[in-house]
Design a protein around this ligand. Structure first.
Ligand code: DC
Length: 229
């Protein structure tokens, strides 16, 4: 069996992270959560008291950061060798991550690391620009979409599970503004690659998403042409 490069792109709450994690587990592949890497930079910006709007300062900071993903029953995120897996999910990180991920040198550094981690295959990479920029020649490219209200409901549930109660309208507004920012920025905007297969997750369960992806993987391994939906 060939060790594939699987690229999953999509907006926040589209289901791509959970699916990427479960698919990677089933295939015994590495799960590379690229959003977590951008979040780690955002956390470092906060920890160093840098104004996220100060592009030069953020770009300078990123040069000296060591961001690693460690597979340990899920992905652990290490920032300068410290475990920050939970910290990077905080809402103050979420509220600045779009800004810092629009900076050219931040992207250049993280894209280079993502390519190095994925180049030998056996990886599921998920993010916004995997199929378009990071691995335009990925073996399988998927683009996850979902209805915006369903995405907001998922995010509400996710936060509630962690004990953070944020009202639905606030989350909906936040998702809309992140979508807008992520898809209109100049560098590597969230965009479906022309040859990506779209998977609409609005009305399907996580299990169904995973099975869908695995069936695409099987087809690819059997040398069948993938059909775009
Ligand atoms: O997937 P996420 O919500 O954890 O991603 C956090 C942010 O990082 C999101 O606002 C967009 C950005 N991001 C990006 O610009 N490129 C990627 N490949 C992954 C995430």
């Amino acid at each position: 069996m060939k060790n594939l490069i699987i690229a999953i792109d999509g907006a926040a709450g589209s289901g791509k992270s959970t699916t990427a994690r479960l698919v990677a587990q089933r295939l015994k592949y590495l799960h590379i959560d690229t959003g977590a890497m951008y979040r780690a930079v955002a956390l470092a910006v906060l920890q160093n008291d840098i104004d996220p709007e100060e592009k030069d300062a953020v770009e300078k900071l990123v040069e000296n950061l060591r961001i690693r993903l460690r597979q340990n029953n899920g992905v652990e995120v290490l920032l300068n060798d410290k475990q920050v897996t939970d910290l990077i999910r905080r809402s103050d990180v979420t509220s600045i991550v779009s800004t810092i991920s629009s900076y050219e040198r931040v992207r250049a550094k993280l894209v280079e690391e993502q390519r190095a981690m994925g180049k030998n295959g056996g990886v599921v990479l998920e993010g916004r620009d995997i199929g378009t920029i990071v691995f335009p020649d990925a073996d399988i490219k998927l683009f996850f979409v979902a209805d915006i209200e369903e995405r907001a409901r998922r995010r509400c549930r996710e936060l509630a599970d962690k004990g953070e109660h944020v009202d639905f309208e606030t989350i909906l507004r936040d998702i809309k503004s992140r979508d807008y920012f992520d898809s209109t920025r100049n560098i590597s905007p969230l965009k479906k690659a022309d040859d990506a297969i779209t998977i609409d997750t609005s009305n399907i369960s996580i299990d169904e998403q995973v099975e869908k992806v695995l069936s695409i993987v099987m087809k690819k391994q059997n040398g069948k042409q993938l059909v775009k939906e």
